[in-house]
Design a protein around this ligand. Structure first.
Ligand code: MF3
Ligand code: CO
Ligand code: CO
Length: 263
C-alpha cells in the first residue's frame, strides 16, 4: 500500500511538540520503576494511567487489535513485545519501552532502552551503539538530503561496530496519523529514496542486532524476535524537518535520552 507523505506547517509542529513531550515524559515517569522483579504488565498499566492523567491516550491499544498500551521488548525481542503480568524482569536484562500517545489528535512516538540492574559489557556496548546509530540518522536530516542518506548513516555506525540492522521494520511518517509515508529504512544508499523537505514529520527508529538481521514473529502475531535469539536494541525519536535541519519532538525533559539514567 502506497502511503501518503503529509507536509505540516510550522504552527502544526506545535501539536507534535506537545504529543512528543508527553510520550517522552511517560518514559521519564516509568524509568525509576524499571527494576528487577517488576512485571512488564505492571509497567504498561502504570504508563497508560500516566498518559490518561495527562489528557492523552495510547495509540497502540486496539491498533490492528494490539492488546496493550505500550510495547516492551526485552533482550532478543526486537520490537512489539506485549507487556504481561507473567513477564518478570531480571537483573541483567536490557529492555526497550516504546510509547506512542495521541494528544489533541497528534501522535508522539518514542522508545528508549533501559538496563535492569547492571548490564553485561556486551549488552551495554550494543545499547550505546544503537543510540549512536539513531543519532547518526537524525543528524543526516535536513532539506535536500534523502531517506537513503538517513539509512546509510545508520547502517554505517551499526556495521562498523560489527552489528546488523533490522531490514523488516523501519521508521515512518507520523503526525496526525500513526504510520504514514515516508518509510525510513535502517539501511540505504546515499542520494536515493525520498528527498526531505521542511514540514515532513517522521520517526527514526533503528533496531540493531548483535547477530543476524533476520527476524521471526511469534504465534501471538506481534512479538518480533531475532532468528538467532541474540540481543537486539532500539531507540526511537519523532522528528520534524525544518528550514535548516531537524527538530526532535521526543527529547527527554529530564535529559534521560539514553541509559544509565541515574541523576
Ligand atoms: N510504536 C511502534 C512504532 O514505533 C508501533 C507499535 S504498534 C503496536 O512504530 F500495535 F504494536 F503497538
Ligand atoms: Co514508530
Ligand atoms: Co514506536
Amino acid at each position: 500500500m502506497k502511503k501518503n507523505i503529509s507536509l505540516y506547517s510550522l504552527d502544526e509542529f506545535d501539536g507534535m511538540r506537545h504529543a512528543g513531550r508527553l510520550a517522552a515524559e511517560t518514559l521519564d515517569y516509568i524509568t525509576p520503576f524499571v527494576v528487577p522483579g517488576i512485571s512488564t504488565g505492571k509497567l504498561d498499566e502504570m504508563m497508560e494511567e500516566f498518559i490518561i492523567s495527562k489528557g492523552g491516550i495510547s495509540a497502540c491499544r486496539g491498533y490492528h487489535g494490539y492488546p496493550k498500551a505500550t510495547c516492551i521488548s526485552p533482550n532478543h525481542i526486537i520490537c512489539h513485545g506485549i507487556p504481561s503480568e507473567k513477564k518478570i524482569l531480571n537483573a541483567g536484562d536490557i529492555i526497550n519501552i516504546d510509547v506512542t500517545v495521541i494528544l489533541d489528535g497528534w501522535y508522539g512516538d518514542t522508545s528508549r532502552m533501559f538496563f535492569v540492574g547492571k548490564p553485561s559489557v556486551k549488552a551495554k556496548r550494543l545499547v550505546d551503539t544503537t543510540y549512536e546509530t539513531m543519532m547518526a540518522g537524525i543528524m543526516a536530516c535536513k532539506p535536500g538530503a534523502t531517506t537513503g542518506d538517513i539509512g546509510h548513516a545508520m547502517e554505517q555506525v551499526a556495521r562498523k561496530n560489527g552489528y546488523s540492522v533490522v531490514m523488516d521494520y523501519c521508521g515512518h511518517g507520523v503526525g496526525r496519523v500513526f504510520h504514514d509515508g515516508p518509510n525510513i529504512l535502517n539501511y540505504g544508499v546515499p542520494g536515493t529514496g525520498v528527498e526531505l523537505v521542511p514540514g515532513m514529520i517522521f520517526t527514526v527508529e533503528p533496531m540493531v542486532n548483535i547477530g543476524t538481521h533476520e527476524t521471526l514473529t511469534l504465534s501471538d502475531g506481534w512479538t518480533v524476535i531475532t532468528k538467532d535469539r541474540q540481543l537486539s536494541a532500539q531507540f526511537e525519536h519523532s522528528i520534524g524537518i525544518t528550514e535548516t535541519g531537524f527538530e526532535i519532538f521526543t527529547k527527554s525533559p529530564k535529559g534521560w535520552d539514553f541509559p544509565p539514567y541515574n541523576e
